[in-house]
Design a protein around this ligand. Structure first.
Ligand code: EPU
Length: 340
């Protein structure tokens, strides 16, 4: 019922387009298949790697164990009062899921249009863009416990969401396989979030005064397409780094040296600084080293011009981290998952 392939190239399974091989590789299309694959790995003592959309992974080496590629499909919903509870299987493409919700006039995910990746990884790193994070409309998920093979349910609170963080990136890391996620979306009186500068500008440019959720989605798609590289054309994994949070005293020190430092107060003591700005100030924007480089329009995105290895991209990220630290005393953290 499952078919294990030896020495499978992962090039078309990661959005960076890195050539790495999986010693063993299996595509699973249902829960039973996932369990059988897990049992096989446990019997053979193979290390496992759960691969979903491959949009947030950088393979440094070949993977010497079993890569389990999740391709479970299906979207269903039920309506209660003024809300739709929409459940998608982990292998559903995120943007198709957003489009499904828009077609049914379910509001809440429109700002998250066109984010690469699949539904199963959306709660892992609490994906976010243009003033919205999934935690704002996430309801619950079902996950398979890798040790016990039990299916566990996690509420929004159980997932411990934070900026690009969740339980599944921390204590829950490598312990669960997310099977499906449910979002609680509005069916009427949608709460629109147009406060992000770029969205406001785009709606104005299109002369839209009273936007619908579809208008917002289209504006976001337009902004993303003009700013961010399409992984099908230029390999990348979106933001490579997280925007750093620094303490107020640190920010005030920086402001004296660099008066134009963009900053977003998070609370009275913490300030967020855009990593893209820090990287650009270090002269990295648009720079190319060998087959990889820093995107010319968004310095937070590292790109594979074709033929780059995972190690080359990793080494480029090390250089950027070192330069940003030297200039600003800020230690950038990677958002992308590095697979050694
Ligand atoms: N900036 C620069 N130079 C750059 C890029 C950015 O100076 O090359 C500065 C500008 O001051 C700009 C500010 O950074 O005003 C913010 O830039 P942008 O609106 O592009 O957003 P971001 O903070 O760089 C974050 C997310 C993106 C998301 C956008 C839009 C993170 C790590 N990244 O980027 O998410 O699309 O906001 O909401 O939080 C992703 O996670 O893969 C991703 C693309």
């Amino acid at each position: 019922m499952i078919q294990v392939v030896n020495n499978q190239s992962l090039k078309s399974y990661n959005t960076f387009g890195i050539e790495a091989k999986a010693k063993y590789f299996v595509i699973v299309e249902n829960e039973k298949g996932i369990k059988v694959a897990l049992e096989l790995a446990q019997k053979n003592q193979w290390e496992i790697f759960i691969l979903n959309g491959g949009s947030n992974s950088l393979f440094i080496n070949d993977f010497e164990g079993l890569v389990i590629k999740i391709e479970t499909k299906g979207i269903s919903y039920k309506i209660e009062n003024d809300f739709a509870f929409v459940t998608a299987q982990a292998g559903e493409n995120w943007h198709n899921f957003v489009l499904f919700c828009l077609d049914h006039n379910f509001g809440g995910l429109e700002n998250l249009s066109l984010i690469p990746g699949n539904v199963g990884t959306s709660p892992m790193q609490n994906i976010g863009a243009y003033g919205t994070e999934i935690k704002d409309s996430f309801f619950s998920l079902k996950a398979l416990n890798i040790q016990t093979h039990e299916i566990q349910e996690f509420t929004n609170a159980d997932c411990e969401f934070d900026y690009r963080e969740s339980f599944f990136k921390n204590e829950g890391k490598n312990r669960f396989i997310i099977l499906e996620a449910t979002y609680k979306l509005t069916t009427k009186n949608h709460v629109l979030n147009t406060s992000y500068g770029a969205i406001e500008e785009e709606l104005k440019r299109q002369n839209i005064e009273n936007p619908t959720i579809k208008n917002i989605s289209e504006a976001v798609i337009h902004i993303r397409q003009t700013k961010l590289p399409d992984p099908k054309i230029l390999g990348n994994a979106g933001s490579f780094f997280k925007n750093p949070y620094i303490c107020l005293a640190h920010y005030q020190g920086l402001k004296e040296k660099f008066p134009n430092t963009p900053h977003y107060p998070m609370n009275q003591e913490v300030v967020k600084i855009p990593a893209g700005w820090l990287i650009e100030q270090c002269g990295w924007k648009g720079k190319r080293i060998g087959n990889c480089g820093v995107h010319e329009k968004q310095a937070l995105v590292l790109v594979n011009y074709g033929g780059a290895t995972g190690r080359e991209i990793f080494e480029l990220s090390e250089k950027i981290i070192a330069d940003v630290y030297e200039k600003f005393s800020i230690n950038l953290q990677r958002e992308v998952n590095i697979i050694y």
